[in-house]
Structure formats: structure tokens, C-alpha cells
Ligand binder design. Structure first.
Ligand SMILES: [Zn+2]
Ligand SMILES: [Zn+2]
Length: 313
């Protein structure tokens, strides 16, 4: 897939080297925009639900992390959801900007200027819920440079039937000739309720420190995976044939009903006739350029690995 280095594989980062998994949600709203609970109530909800990190990403204006409190071991990421105009024809953009310090009037700025301004202050900016926003990747996203990756799952958008953006993810990677990391988020607006838009989408990051900088670095380099239920424990890839064009993948996970290896063209499904399993070996189609994995559990909840660049394997 071109010249880029590929992403960091979180499953190669060892416990012995001090790496830990953190569970978090990077997209939520409070009464500072259109959320139903105060910033402090939003934080308390995620602390009590057993999360390790949270971003209260209100629309337009940064909700400052020094206005809320949380336990020492909980990590707050300071961010905002920005909505620049879309000069390419689609709806106004929804970008999630993380590790932000300065507010900007994104609504009157072109999207590329917003992306550049976020980078200038050391932030990381992501494409939020493209399925829900009717984003056409070719029209709306390909003209832009510097987005870190895609929100592949959004719980609030699932409540409206457009929660998953995996096709947009594949489109973007195929059109751009590069692999990109993903996030899964709640985009929580409601008051606490396990049946609506809280506590159903999260991103697991592999980090050494419980800091916002470490979390965002892990997200941007791909040392993470996204989930609405299943846990991914390990992914191992190896070339198996003489010509070294065929790749075999072994996935270990919490109890799954099926696993998809999604490649740039074609892909493979693994199942055991509806029985649950915790490890699977899949043989990929020779010549595949990238592969990412979707794990589906008995309830239909999913986890999404980040893609692997097979050219660098
Ligand atoms: Zn949005
Ligand atoms: Zn939102």
C-alpha cells in the first residue's frame, strides 16, 4: 500500500515492557452543547461504568478538563467536535478534535484550514460518523489532507440506523492507497441509560502511561482497536507459501460467533456453524494489500481491529 510505514500493532506491545490496555470513549456531549447532563455528570457516568478515559467533545467549543474532577487513575482528553463548512457539496463536516487547547470558529473556516489549525496546536483530528452524515468519501474526504482516521462505530448513530461506517473506512483506504486507524465511540447525548447512547462503543488503546498524550498517540499510530462488545486478545499474521503471497491470520478473542477478514478486495469469513469459539485461523486471498478483522459475538456486537499493511509483512 504505497510508501507509508504502516500502523503500530498493539498486540506486539508487551505487558513486560509496561504496556497496559485502557478502555475509553472519545466522543460525548454535555449541557455545554446539546447533551442532557453536565460535564461533571458525564465524567462521573464513565468513571462509574469502569472506563479509563473520556473526552467530553462538545460541539464548537472546548469543554475544559479543569472544570471537572475525576479519580487520579482516570484520564481526561480535552477535545471538541468541529463543524467546518463543506465546499465539496456534502453536508457540513463533523470532525472530532482531540488534545485541543485553543477554540476556533470552525463553522466559518474551510475544512482544510480547520485541520491545519488543529495540527498547529498539537491536536489530532478525526472523521466522525460518516455514514450518519451521508459523507461521500470521494467527494467530501479525499480532497482533505491530515485527518488521522475514522470513527467506524458511533452508538448514537446506531440508534438512528447508521452506526457503522466500515464501508466508508474501506473506501477511504482504497481510494487513498493508505491504511487508516479507527475509533468506536458513544457520541453520548442522553442521560445515563444502558439502552441508548451510553456505554456501547469504546476504543481500547495500548499505552504505557495514563495520560491524554499517550492515549492520542496510541490512537493516531493505530495501537488500538474498536469495540461494541467483543475483546480482541491477539492477532498474528504470517506468510505461508513459497511465493510468499498467501497470508495466514490467527485471531484470539472473547467468545465469537464469526470473524471476517476484510481485505482490499475479497475477504474471508470464519465460523463454526453457529458455535462459539475463541480462536480462529483464516487464510487470506493471495495478493491482498491490507487486512482488517471484524469479530462478531453471539449478540451481534462487533469489534474492529485496525488494518494491517500486508506489503510490510
Ligand atoms: Zn457529529
Ligand atoms: Zn457528537
Amino acid at each position: 500500500m504505497g510508501e507509508q510505514k504502516g500502523l503500530v500493532d498493539p498486540f506486539t506491545l508487551a505487558d513486560e515492557d509496561g504496556y497496559i490496555w485502557l478502555k475509553g470513549n472519545l466522543h460525548s456531549h454535555s449541557t455545554n452543547s446539546d447533551g442532557k447532563v453536565s460535564p461533571q455528570e458525564r465524567v462521573d457516568g464513565y468513571v462509574n461504568a469502569g472506563y479509563d478515559y473520556l473526552c467530553v467533545s462538545d460541539h464548537h467549543t472546548i469543554t475544559r478538563i479543569d472544570t471537572v474532577s475525576c479519580p487520579d487513575e482516570f484520564t481526561l482528553v480535552q477535545g471538541v467536535e468541529l463543524h467546518p463548512d463543506n465546499p465539496f457539496g456534502g453536508q457540513r463536516h463533523h470532525f472530532l478534535a482531540l488534545n485541543m487547547t485553543e477554540d476556533m470558529n470552525a463553522q466559518v473556516m474551510p475544512p482544510q484550514a480547520v485541520i491545519d489549525a488543529v495540527h498547529k496546536q498539537g491536536g489530532s483530528i478525526w472523521l466522525a460518523h460518516p455514514h450518519w452524515s451521508s459523507v461521500n468519501i470521494l467527494r467530501d474526504t479525499m480532497p482533505l489532507r491530515g485527518l488521522a482516521g475514522i470513527e467506524v462505530f458511533n452508538t448514537t448513530c446506531r440508534c438512528m440506523g447508521r452506526g457503522e461506517s466500515s464501508v466508508h473506512w474501506d473506501d477511504w483506504m482504497e481510494l487513498g492507497g493508505q491504511i487508516l486507524p479507527a475509533l468506536a465511540n458513544d457520541d453520548a447525548h442522553a442521560a445515563e441509560s444502558t439502552e441508548r447512547d451510553t456505554y456501547h462503543g469504546w476504543t481500547m488503546v495500548r499505552v504505557k502511561e495514563r495520560t491524554a498524550e499517550a492515549v492520542v498517540e496510541a490512537l493516531a499510530t493505530g495501537a488500538s482497536y474498536s469495540s461494541s462488545g467483543p475483546e480482541i486478545l491477539d492477532i498474528k499474521l504470517k506468510r505461508v507459501d513459497e511465493g510468499k503471497r498467501t497470508v495466514e491470520a490467527t485471531v484470539s478473542c472473547s467468545e465469537a460467533r464469526r470473524i471476517f477478514a476484510v481485505c482490499d478486495s475479497y475477504g474471508v469469513e470464519y465460523h463454526e456453524g453457529g458455535e462459539l469459539f475463541e480462536t480462529a485461523t483464516l487464510t487470506l486471498r493471495p495478493g491482498a494489500k491490507y487486512v482488517r478483522f471484524e469479530i462478531v459475538d453471539a449478540q451481534g456486537y462487533k469489534a474492529w481491529s485496525n488494518p494491517y499493511d500486508l506489503a510490510n509483512l
